[in-house]
Design a protein around this ligand. Sequence first.
Ligand code: ADP
Length: 376
Amino acid sequence: MASAYDSNNASDWRLVENRDVPEEVGRILAVLPSASIVVDPDGFVIQASARAYALGLITRNSVAIKEIVAMIERVVLDGETREQEMRVRRPPLGRELLELQVRVADLAPGRILILIDDLAEDRRVDAVRRDFVANVSHELKTPVGALSVLAEAVQSASDDADQVRHFAERMQVEASRLGHLIQDIIDLSRLQSDDPLLHAQVVNIDDVVHRAIEDVRTVADKREIDIVVACDPENFVYADFSQIQTALRNLLVNAIAYSSDGTSIAVYSRAVDAIVEITVKDQGVGIPTNDLDRIFERFYRVDPARSRVTGGTGLGLSIVKHVCQNHGGECTVWSEAGVGSSFTLRLPAYVPDEVVQAELEEGLAQMLDSNGEAQS
Ligand code: ADP
């Protein structure tokens, strides 16, 4: 049997305990753009597409939206296909509004099919893209302008070797800033245009945290900054691995950039109800309370001069925010100027089928036990 852990492809269907639907049906559903779920008459999820998981429509092998559950119950009763548009909060955090077109049909005896389209997605992407272009053109002008001024300075100081060296060094700094900016712009526009969850898979938090730390290891070592990790090895999310790695890397880059040499950074994770929390905590300069609301905006910097020195682009945290939104999560921040900051990614938890099964069995055993006690 295929394991849920093998799944790294949008067309992959997760199989639950030999209760799969016919293979050809699975193949047809996999090529449809809609999110799809097959349940049994009790509402237990038998198979579902990656997109359905990614939109947060499933928790612990049940459909997470009560309006859809009600439609399923009606279809189970009379076998009639139902279609409905609905505005619902995206589970599990409920921060985002989804506009869904839902169709529920009797697929085969004991098998109900649910097809779901997210109607608001195109509108959301367009709005974000429009104001992003406006911001970017403004930001690109700064390093390009600096390079042009420096090139003129080199020309007029051509007889003075020291001056030429000095201006050339500054040109290198500006060119590298431009390079970082372009890379961040590419990352951000990819996040905004691709269907980010096409590459969703089961991601172990401990793995992705270690990969992100490897990305910043050289810089941290150079600054003698220690990174301490305490991640629960049982924490999983259903996500695009590289997006989560990018978000964590950006948080780590900031934690290093805004801390003094020889300090420590802690990275830890835990599961709270249906959410996995991954925190990056530093002992750095901190962020004044007044700025906390704005730091996730594109190109917002608390101290533009310092950001220029650290080579910051002002896009790092907007990338983090987008990654979280794409996964139906959020990023929260706690900070105190002079004490440090702590950023937490909160993402919908993925609960492996074995765990759900074990919990069901444990619940059943407890029920039988208490029945036994009541009778004796
Ligand atoms: P930048 O590239 O300027 O670091 P970000 O979007 O990553 O841009 O962050 C926005 C601003 O938030 C930064 O300019 C900085 O002022 C503040 N900031 C982000 N992370 C931290 C941190 N760990 N400690 C202190 N300030 C931070």
